[in-house]
Each structure stands twice: as structure tokens, then as C-alpha cells.
Design a protein around this ligand. Structure first.
Ligand SMILES: N[C@@H](CCC(=O)N[C@@H](CSS)C(=O)NCC(=O)O)C(=O)O
Length: 300
């Protein structure tokens, strides 16, 4: 079924360019059914530096990804989007690996789970919480567009990617060719825009100007996935994202008709809200204020 060139390329441990050429040649010489599938060209991927530690962690409850990154020489580490219930797991992993947590940070103020940054700070004294200034949430350190976050010799630069919430940011490592997109861009999807401070036009512009302008080979790591996918690339999403490849007006219609259920974890936040209400003697009003106050209560 495969052409000789393709079989040779697949057998020979050749690089992606060889396979690409062979695939092109295979498709050109194959029946129509293969020719009609316009698959994208695989870009050369950037290899991560040997001193860059990367670990993807998952929370089954909220389908949240947490990322632990570190400089293996200095042992300085950061954690992105930790979940409250799994803070003990994350702290233990950091201790086991002999790392020192510098920042417990968020890509945005989460509506679907309570952040673990506050508890991590207690479990790992010396670490600080970090979030974007525009999130309106409480933290030790506030970042905004253009700022660099340093750990050891590595750094993540902050790109503002509002739309799912006002304070959403994407953290980019240009050297490692990776970006942590939070809920702005999900694998073959994107963050919903129907509550909190959601705005689909803003989200569309954010993704197109701040994420799709990165090199095609950059690997993207979102804050959630509901289908068991772990990562994607800029090139893949520019080619296959069923929402963001559409023109803006179509994208807006798609987002208006997602009909997603309210995230199930918001139920849990309501328990926190009840405590907050009790503490504040009932002085809380409106959905936005509710989420803001829950965040303030849980963030730091
Ligand atoms: N049924 C899911 C709902 C998940 C959900 O709404 N996820 C958010 C991110 S957390 S606010 C989202 O933006 N989803 C976009 C999408 O297309 O799924 C659950 O409660 O688990």
C-alpha cells in the first residue's frame, strides 16, 4: 500500500523532511482518496535544552493541566495552573526532585477550579504567587504583556491573550519553542466566552495576533483538555482548529452556539462562596463580583 520511498523513509530513522517528501510523493502517486486529504507539512520541532525540566500533570476532576518547569542546574522551578486539591501532590513532586519553587502562577483566574497557588505557598515556604495584573485577582507578583519571568537561566515571556477572561495570558519560552496558552487556545478548540468576562472577538484577535504569530513548530500546552489530548503545535492549530481557522464573523456565531454546560467545578466554588458570604456578612452581589471575590479569597 505504501510507496517504496515512503517505506524506506519510515524504516530508515530519517528526519521529518525525508518523511515529508516521501509522503508528498506517496500522495501524488496514490488514488484520489489520498490526494483529497490536504494534510499539513510537519515543521521541524525545536528540541528542548537538556537543562530544561518539563512535566505535565493532570487533574481528572476539572480536566486541568498543571505544568512544572525547572532549570536542572540551579533547581529553580515554577508551576503553572496548579489545582487546590492536588497541591500536596505537586509539593511532594517538587520536594522529591530536589527543586525549589520560585513561583506558583496562573494563566488566568479559573472559574472551573480553585487555584492551588495559596496552599503551595504554605507547603513550600519561600515561593510566591503570580498572576496577570489585569486578572484583578490577588497575588504576590503581578505581570503584564512583555514582562519576562525568570527561573534559573530560563525565562517565560508574557503575552496578553484576553477573551476568555480579561486577564488571560500566554507564557512563551522562545528558546524551548513552547507556549502555555491557558484557556485562550485549547487543542482543536478555545476557551468559552459565554460567562465571566468572555468576549469572542477579543479572543479571536488574541489568538491570531499573539499565538498564531509564533513559529509553526512551537508546541502549545493548554490549561484543559476533555478528550485525552496532551499537546499541539501552532502549525496544527492554524490548519485544523475548527473554530479559529474560520473568519471572525463565523467564529463569533460558533462561540454563541457552543451550548456548553456550566463547568461542573463551579458547584465546588459555590461552597467556597458560601464561606465567603458568611465571612463578608452577605455583602456580595452579581455573578462577576461572585467570581472575583471567590478568586480573591482563593488566589493568594
Ligand atoms: N463539561 C465541561 C465544561 C468544560 C468547560 O466549560 N471548559 C471551559 C474551560 S474551564 S472555564 C471551556 O472554555 N471550554 C471550552 C470548550 O470548548 O470546551 C466540564 O464541566 O467539565
Amino acid at each position: 500500500m505504501f510507496s517504496k520511498t515512503l517505506c524506506k523513509a519510515l524504516r530508515g530513522g530519517v528526519n521529518s523532511f525525508h518523511i515529508k517528501d516521501a509522503l508528498k510523493c506517496h500522495v501524488n502517486n496514490s488514488p484520489n482518496i489520498l490526494r483529497h486529504h490536504h494534510c499539513m507539512m510537519l515543521p521541524e520541532s525545536i528540541s528542548q535544552s537538556p537543562d530544561f525540566f518539563f512535566r505535565q500533570l493532570f487533574d481528572n476532576e476539572s480536566s486541568t493541566y498543571t505544568y512544572l518547569l525547572a532549570d536542572t542546574t540551579t533547581k529553580e522551578a515554577i508551576i503553572i495552573d496548579p489545582v487546590l486539591e492536588l497541591a500536596e501532590r505537586d509539593a511532594q513532586l517538587i520536594r522529591d526532585l530536589g527543586l525549589t519553587l520560585k513561583y506558583a502562577m496562573n494563566t488566568h483566574m479559573h472559574a472551573d477550579h480553585v487555584t492551588g497557588t495559596g496552599l503551595l505557598k504554605k507547603l513550600l515556604p519561600g515561593s510566591k504567587s503570580l498572576i496577570s495584573k489585569s486578572s484583578g485577582a490577588q497575588a504576590d507578583i503581578y505581570v503584564e504583556e512583555g514582562v519576562d519571568i525568570q527561573f534559573g537561566r530560563h525565562r517565560l515571556s508574557v503575552r496578553a491573550t484576553p477573551g476568555h477572561t480579561n486577564g488571560c495570558v500566554t507564557y512563551v519560552s522562545h528558546e524551548q519553542g513552547v507556549a502555555f496558552t491557558g484557556d485562550a487556545l485549547l487543542i482543536r478548540g478555545c476557551g468559552r466566552t459565554d460567562f465571566q468576562e468572555g468576549n469572542s472577538k477579543t479572543l479571536y484577535n488574541s489568538v491570531h495576533s499573539q499565538i498564531f504569530t509564533l513559529p509553526d513548530s512551537f508546541k502549545l500546552y493548554p490549561a484543559h483538555d476533555y478528550k485525552g489530548q496532551t499537546t499541539t503545535t501552532v502549525g496544527e492549530e492554524k490548519h485544523y482548529n475548527p473554530r479559529l481557522t474560520k473568519p471572525l464573523d463565523e467564529f463569533i456565531k460558533i462561540m454563541e452556539n457552543l451550548n456548553l454546560p456550566y463547568p461542573k467545578m463551579i458547584g465546588k466554588l459555590e461552597v467556597v462562596f458560601a464561606q465567603l458570604l458568611w465571612r463578608n456578612k452577605g455583602n456580595v452581589c452579581g455573578d462577576r463580583r461572585f467570581l472575583q471575590n471567590v478568586s480573591n479569597y482563593t488566589q493568594d
